[in-house]
Write a protein that binds this ligand. Structure first.
Ligand code: PGA
Length: 256
């Protein structure tokens, strides 16, 4: 692998327009030493304003969810083409909070992935097991199901545009990141799943990010792992200084 610097911040349901503008102003100069782009997954209401504000910066704006339909009578939902129109470049799909709190199924997530490609928005597919699944030795089974159901039947060309994020549910928002050995094992397995689905060449082009309580202390040891190509940061992405410091620690390394 040659990429190891994908950094995505997930703001979840945080920040008003005023708070978001202040963040962008503060974070922009702090990213001078960062090679590459920093992805920020923001609330729908901020997409348009922040994508305008982030032109000429290293920040790329995206969304946290979208519906699988192109449009229709789905009160409260949002379509991919609306996100695109507002300036979103990418979208998180299958985040565990969506799976758990909003009962999103594998089939629904698969349809969203297909819609993202049709709409030309880059999908960031999130997968990960719960603590019960981990404790009963089902990590691989769960991840395999989530990856293969979401990405089944997509072309090799589309597959090469996917970003995969491994986020063990028990590590999200808990302040307790997975241990290095578990991350290593899960990421190697994710790569194996991608290889089985799309072949060696394409699988190498799909970045696999780790998410779940990433912070300033643990980021360096996580990012140096062979099959970790970046990070997805929730809580620690809300503060500009902390987020920029984490990003800068994700130096590009060659895993080849
Ligand atoms: P966290 O969230 O960094 O606060 O654990 C990660 C995520 O939900 O993507």
């Amino acid at each position: 692998m040659t990429f190891a610097n994908y950094v995505i911040g997930n703001w979840k349901m945080y920040k008003t327009s005023c708070e978001a503008r202040a963040f962008i102003e503060q974070v922009t100069p702090l990213l001078d030493d960062f090679e590459g782009k920093v992805y920020l997954s923001v609330p729908y209401t901020l997409i348009h304003e922040l994508s305008e504000l982030s032109r000429q910066t290293k920040i790329v704006i995206g969304a946290q969810n979208m519906n699988d339909a192109s449009e229709g009578a789905f009160t409260g939902e949002i379509a991919g083409k609306m996100l695109k129109d507002a300036g979103a470049y990418f979208v998180l799909l299958g985040h565990s909070e969506r799976r758990k709190l909003f009962l999103e199924t594998s089939d629904f997530i698969h349809k969203k992935v297909l819609r993202a490609f049709k709409t030309d928005i880059q999908p960031v597919l999130c997968v990960g097991e719960t603590i019960e699944e981990k404790d009963s030795g089902m990590m691989k089974e769960v991840i395999h199901e989530q990856i293969s159901s979401a990405l089944q039947g997509i072309s090799l060309e589309d597959a090469a545009k996917v970003i995969l994020a491994y986020e063990p549910v028990w590590a999200i928002g808990t302040g307790r990141a997975a241990d290095i050995q578990s991350i290593n094992e899960a990421h190697d397995f994710c790569r194996e799943c991608l290889k089985n689905l799309f072949g060696e060449e394409v699988s190498k082009r799909i970045p696999i990010l780790y998410g779940g309580s990433v912070n300033l202390e643990n980021v360096s040891s996580i990012i140096q792992l062979m099959n970790v190509d970046g990070i997805l940061v929730g809580g620690a992405s809300l503060d500009a200084r902390t987020f920029a410091s984490i990003a800068v620690k994700c130096k590009k390394v060659s895993h080849s």
